[in-house]
Design a protein around this ligand. Structure first.
Ligand code: ADP
Ligand code: MG
Length: 236
C-alpha cells in the first residue's frame, strides 16, 4: 500500500533520515520506535508532505506522492496526528471536526458531514463535549479530538506521532483500544511511540530507527533480542 524508497532528509549539515526504505501492507499495524532524534517525526513529516525529501521516493497505492502538498496527500487517504496536539482552540469540538471536511475538495452535504462528525465523536466518547471550546478540553481530550478530525477524511492510512506521550494511563488504554478497533475495521496504521511496552503489545511489525537509519524491521519479539536495537537503547 505504501512504500518508502531510499528516503533522505538533510537539515543543513544534519542528516535526519538516511536512505530509509520500508513497505507497509494494507491493514498492517506498523510501529516505529527509536531513541530521541532518530528521525521518527521527520519520517512522518516526509510521508505526510509537511517536509519535502532531499532524495528518495514515496509511493502510495502505486503512485508517487513525494513532493505533493500535505492537503493532496491527505485527500488521497493518508491522515496523521502530531506529536504536539494541534486543535483550533477558539473553535468548538464540532467546528474542529468540520474543518477537514470543508477544506476537502470532496463534495459532501452539510447533513452528511454533521452525521459523520457525530458518529466519530460518539465512537471516541467525546460527543458530550461537542459544544465545548477546544481550549477548555484536557490534553487527553484534545488528543482524542485530533484523532476524530483525522477520521473525518476517512483515511486508509493513519500515522500517529507519539499518541501515548504524556497522557493519563486510563486514556492510554482507551486510545490503544480505539486503534485496535479501527485496525479491525480495515485501516492501516503507522504508529510512532516512545512507550515501548505499549508499542510492543500493539504492533504487528516493528521498525527501529537509529541516527536516521533503519536498524531493525521485523516482529516485536525479535526486536527485544536484536543486538543493534538493544545497543541503540542502552544510552536511554
Ligand atoms: P525523533 O522524532 O525520532 O525524536 P526527529 O525526526 O524529530 O527525531 O529529528 C531527527 C533529527 O533531525 C534530530 O537530530 C533533529 O534535531 C533534526 N531535526 C528535526 N527537525 C529539524 C528541523 N526542522 N531543522 C533542523 N533539524 C531538525
Ligand atoms: Mg519525534
Amino acid at each position: 500500500m505504501l512504500e518508502v524508497v531510499d528516503l533522505v532528509k538533510d537539515f543543513g549539515g544534519i542528516r535526519a533520515v538516511n536512505r530509509l526504505s520500508f513497505k507497509v501492507e494494507e491493514n498492517e499495524l506498523l510501529g516505529i520506535i527509536g531513541p530521541n532524534g532518530s528521525g521518527k517525526t521527520t519520517t512522518i513529516n516526509l510521508i505526510s508532505g509537511v517536509l519535502k525529501p532531499t532524495s528518495g521516493k514515496i509511493i502510495f497505492q502505486g503512485r508517487r506522492i513525494d513532493g505533493l502538498p500535505p492537503y493532496e496527500i491527505a485527500r488521497r487517504g493518508i491522515g496523521r496526528t502530531f506529536q504536539v496536539t494541534q486543535v483550533f482552540r477558539r473553535m468548538t469540538v464540532l467546528e474542529n471536526m468540520f474543518v477537514p471536511a470543508y477544506a476537502s475538495p470532496q463534495r459532501r452535504s452539510d447533513r452528511e458531514i454533521r452525521r459523520k462528525a457525530m458518529e466519530i465523536l460518539s465512537f471516541l466518547k467525546i460527543y458530550h463535549l461537542r459544544k465545548e471550546y477546544a481550549r477548555n478540553l484536557s490534553g487527553g481530550q484534545q488528543k482524542l479530538l485530533e484523532i476524530g478530525r483525522v477520521l473525518m477524511l476517512d483515511p486508509k492510512v493513519i500515522m500517529m506521532d507519539e499518541p501515548f506521550a504524556g497522557i493519563h494511563p486510563k486514556l492510554k488504554l482507551e486510545i490503544h483500544g480505539y486503534i485496535r478497533e479501527m485496525h479491525r475495521e480495515g485501516r492501516t496504521f503507522i504508529i510512532i511511540s516512545h512507550d515501548l511496552q505499549t508499542i510492543f503489545t500493539l504492533s504487528q511489525r516493528l521498525i527501529v530507527l537509529s541516527g536516521g537509519e533503519k536498524i531493525y524491521d521485523g516482529t516485536p519479539e525479535g526486536a527485544k533480542e536484536d543486538e543493534r536495537v538493544v545497543e541503540a537503547y542502552l544510552g536511554e
